[in-house]
Design a protein around this ligand. Structure first.
Ligand code: R5P
Length: 310
């Protein structure tokens, strides 16, 4: 087994290698003057079980292209099996046609990764589980919920905790955490009653006096999260903390979170945290290295990956 990384998340790749007690494979991924990407694998991979760690996070298209070119380089270097390890799978929110004459870009990206020569995909908290089916190669979708629930248990008094989904679409994910923690579940239902009127946030469930834990897969602009936090506090919640797998945090999202009433935003390192994220007073990053490292180990040993979540 050999583990290599593109430029998107080298810190996580190094932490995974640490878990596996392996050196990170030697490869350079650099740019020509015109910004074309050039990859050179600097050690022999002939006959090896290769894992390429690369999140397709911002700048998404560059990181995706790096991944595709690395897969191609591995294939042409006679790797025995190539697994694309994609802790954050970008384009996942484009998983259906929202209107006529629009693309399904998540499917296109799955096709590109497969056509480049990946034999397997290992990813984490896909925006929608069905995206697994966009790949015609074996795809393991890991869940961050065991890591998140462990952190909650270490930091919260569970007797007063209420798990909350920030929108109706996230109820299944929130229910999984509530079940693990044996806590109640509430839902924020975002609704625009009439066109042109502002959205109304209805809270389903009694959150009075509760420490609310919002759970979601992605925080991007931070809008969904901060609006849900406001609604919960207005409805009598004592505090609101958020547990979100992928800290996309584009544009002014970090400033939005730091100036919000959120007690804490806990994200994972599926996307490498920026310096702004690292210095934010109410954002904390927890690592997925042992989860992903163990899944890589089991894939390589042909052992069960699903049993990681029993
Ligand atoms: C949406 O379905 C996702 O689960 C997230 O709730 C959404 O992507 C968050 O985006 P933002 O932070 O921009 O509101």
């Amino acid at each position: 087994m050999k583990v290599f990384a593109g430029n998107s998340n080298r810190l996580l790749a190094e932490a995974i290698c640490n878990y596996l007690n392996l050196p990170l494979g030697k490869a350079t991924v650099r740019r020509f003057a015109d910004q074309e990407i050039f990859v050179e694998i600097q050690e022999n991979v002939r006959g090896e079980d290769v894992f390429l760690v690369q999140s397709t996070s911002f700048p998404t298209n560059d990181h995706l292209m790096e991944l595709l070119i690395m897969i191609d380089a591995m294939r042409r270097s006679s790797a025995r099996r190539i697994t694309a390890v994609i802790p954050y799978f970008g384009y996942a929110r484009q998983d259906r046609k929202p209107g006529p004459r629009t693309p399904i870009s998540a499917k296109l990206v799955a096709n590109l990764i497969t056509e480049a020569g990946a034999d397997r995909v290992l990813t984490l908290d896909l925006h929608a589980g069905q995206i697994q089916g966009f790949f015609d190669i074996p795809t393991d979708n890991l869940y961050a919920v065991p890591i998140l629930s462990r952190d909650v248990k270490e930091n919260y008094n569970l007797e007063n905790v209420m798990v909350v989904s920030p929108d109706v679409g996230g109820v299944v994910r929130a229910r999984a955490l509530a079940k693990r923690l044996d806590c109640q579940l509430a839902i924020v239902d975002k609704r625009r009653e009439r066109a042109g009127e502002s959205e109304v946030m209805n809270v389903i469930g009694d959150v009075t006096g509760k420490d609310c834990l919002l759970i979601d897969d992605i925080v991007d602009s931070g809008g969904t999260l901060c609006n849900a936090a406001e609604a919960l506090l207005k409805n009598g919640a004592t505090s609101v903390t958020a547990y979100i797998t992928h800290g996309v945090l584009s544009g002014g999202a970090v400033a939005r979170v730091t100036s919000s009433k959120l007690k804490e935003l806990v994200i994972t390192d599926s996307i490498q945290p920026t310096t702004a994220v690292q210095s934010a007073h109410n954002i904390r990053v927890i690592s997925t290295a042992s989860l992903i490292g163990e899944a890589i180990n089991r894939t390589s040993q042909e052992e069960s990956v699903s049993s990681l979540f029993d």
